[in-house]
Ligand binder design. Structure first.
Ligand SMILES: C[S@@+](CC[C@H](N)C(=O)[O-])C[C@H]1O[C@@H](n2cnc3c(N)ncnc32)[C@H](O)[C@@H]1O
Length: 256
């Protein structure tokens, strides 16, 4: 997963559309994991302000505001295109020491160049007795997508590429970086299956990752031809098995 600040701001998260398209695949979850509900539960004893660092589309912000109107929620993101209240970098939070009761860093630490610095910043701003909730993808997350991308490239060019690394920079196995700053870190890992009975939602999902995965394609492969190869592969799988399936693994790390 890349960490280049300019690429994150001007390509991957320049606007909300691709992230919304990427998250749409989870409508096909068989055994849904309510990540927002889990974050809310972890924040049960928190009062005052809750920072959502790397808020993205604001899914957690909306749920917190709806279900915890007693809290002041502060959405922050590196990319202005995500329309956060504060444009800022988790590695240098524009907040005073011990100024928030709780913080979220959901599916974002893998994009941060210096993860220990980000965690140190979170420790600095969260009051003693407060809670930090972190989510990230597990080591076995969405392996089928990397394999699909590699297979589509092989179909088109005959060449073998490494399936793109999704988010191996920070997985639940890396809880040590949080333990270095927080007294206790509880790790819970959830497995879910995404079973898609048509090709187009999978093609749209792969298309939404263009800024993240485009770089792994050989230069001679046009993006549309690549998507056609993905479509063919997924259609064949749907035809054969009734669905294209991927396993998704997500970790929630609750730090106190
Ligand atoms: C995969 S999205 C996750 C969005 C949201 N937290 C969620 O779980 O739906 C990652 C978000 O982190 C933001 N981000 C990346 N690096 C960041 C940084 N250094 N500081 C703050 N936000 C960052 C991106 O702009 C993007 O909106």
């Amino acid at each position: 997963m890349f960490t280049d600040r300019t690429a994150l701001q001007t390509a991957a998260y320049a606007e909300q559309g691709p992230l919304a398209a990427r998250l749409a695949i989870y409508r096909w979850q068989r055994n849904p994991v309510d990540l927002q509900g889990l974050a809310l539960a972890a924040l049960a004893g928190v009062s005052g302000t809750v920072l959502d660092a790397g808020c993205g589309l604001g899914t957690y912000v909306a749920r917190l505001r709806r279900e915890r109107p007693d809290l002041r929620v502060l959405p922050l993101d590196l990319s202005a295109g995500m329309r956060p209240a504060v444009v800022g970098d988790i590695q240098a939070l524009p907040l005073a020491d011990a100024s928030v009761g709780g913080a979220l860093a959901m599916h974002m630490l893998y994009h941060v160049p210096d993860i220990p610095v980000a965690v140190h910043e979170l420790r600095r701003v969260v009051q003693p007795g407060g809670v930090l909730v972190v989510s990230t993808n597990g080591v076995d997350d969405k392996l089928e997508v990397g394999n699909l991308i590699a297979a589509a490239v092989r179909d088109l060019t005959g060449s073998v590429i490494e399936p793109p690394d999704s988010d191996g920079r920070f997985t639940p196995e890396d809880a040590g970086v949080l333990r270095a700053e927080f007294g206790t870190v509880e790790v819970a890992v959830y497995d879910r299956e995404v079973v898609v009975s048509a090709a187009e939602p999978v093609v749209a999902f792969v298309d939404s990752m263009r800024a993240l995965t485009g770089a792994v394609l050989p230069a001679e492969v046009p993006w549309d031809a690549f998507l056609d190869a993905v479509r063919l592969r997924v259609s064949a799988e749907v035809e054969r098995h009734g669905a294209w399936t991927m396993r998704s693994q997500v970790g929630i790390l609750t730090c106190r």
